[in-house]
Design a binder for this molecule. Structure first.
Ligand SMILES: O=P(O)(O)OC[C@H]1O[C@H](OP(=O)(O)OP(=O)(O)O)[C@H](O)[C@@H]1O
Ligand code: HPA
Ligand SMILES: [Mg+2]
Length: 180
């Protein structure tokens, strides 16, 4: 698997350090608030698993699964809910956990959808922000790393469902696209 990684963009150690910092900041900001951490499947799973253990507060967590409509592209902006929340959210502060904000279309749809359910608040933490590709105005409230316009994999991020289990974030070599 790792023969296809061209370079490591963010090491395991850098990830752990930044996740701890984000957890500490979120702990300060949500003190005394009823918090629901909402992971977006599947990419956010490793980040969320590490992040929740750095949030030193009582919290609940749940997941949603979203899919862009159609086969090839997210850029339609049409997103379907494949798995929804298990309960109503009108008494909680929602913190959405994403692995990456790229075009922003997924997050824009999700924020509007969640706000319509009248939670106490909706904020977003993303591990990675690829702002150069943004198509709509949407900003994460907490961001782990700004990254350049390169396709990244690892720590939850996939190419054709693979590479999610790498412990770091890396960039694929050209050959990886040719064999898949
Ligand atoms: O800003 P955008 O251009 O909308 O892209 C970001 C979204 O794309 C990825 O999800 P994907 O649909 O690949 O699902 P996955 O998490 O299961 O890999 C990622 O996890 C974000 O949810
Ligand atoms: O760079 C990326 N890598 C993996 N999945 C993604 N989804 C949006 N951007 C990316
Ligand atoms: Mg994906």
């Amino acid at each position: 698997m790792e023969e296809y990684i061209g370079k490591v963009l963010i090491s395991k150690e850098e990830l752990a350090k930044r996740v701890a910092e984000l957890g500490a900041q979120i702990t300060r900001d949500y003190e005394g608030k009823k918090l629901l951490v909402l992971g977006i499947l599947k990419g956010a799973v490793p980040f969320m698993a590490d992040l929740i253990r750095e949030i030193k507060l009582p919290l609940a967590y749940d997941f949603m699964a979203l899919s862009s409509y159609g086969m090839s592209t997210k850029s339609s902006g049409v997103v379907r809910i494949l798995k929804d929340l298990e309960r109503s959210v009108d008494d909680v502060h929602i913190l959405v956990v994403e692995d990456i904000v790229d075009t922003g279309l997924t997050l824009k749809y999700l924020k509007e959808n969640l706000k319509a359910r009248n939670p106490l608040s909706v904020k977003v933490v993303t591990l990675l922000d690829k702002a150069a590709r943004r198509q709509v105005e949407v900003y994460p409230d907490y961001n782990g790393f700004d990254i350049p316009d390169e396709f990244v994999v690892g720590y939850g991020l996939d190419f054709n469902e693979e590479y999610r289990n790498l412990p770091y974030v890396g960039v694929l070599k050209q050959e990886a696209y040719e064999v898949n």
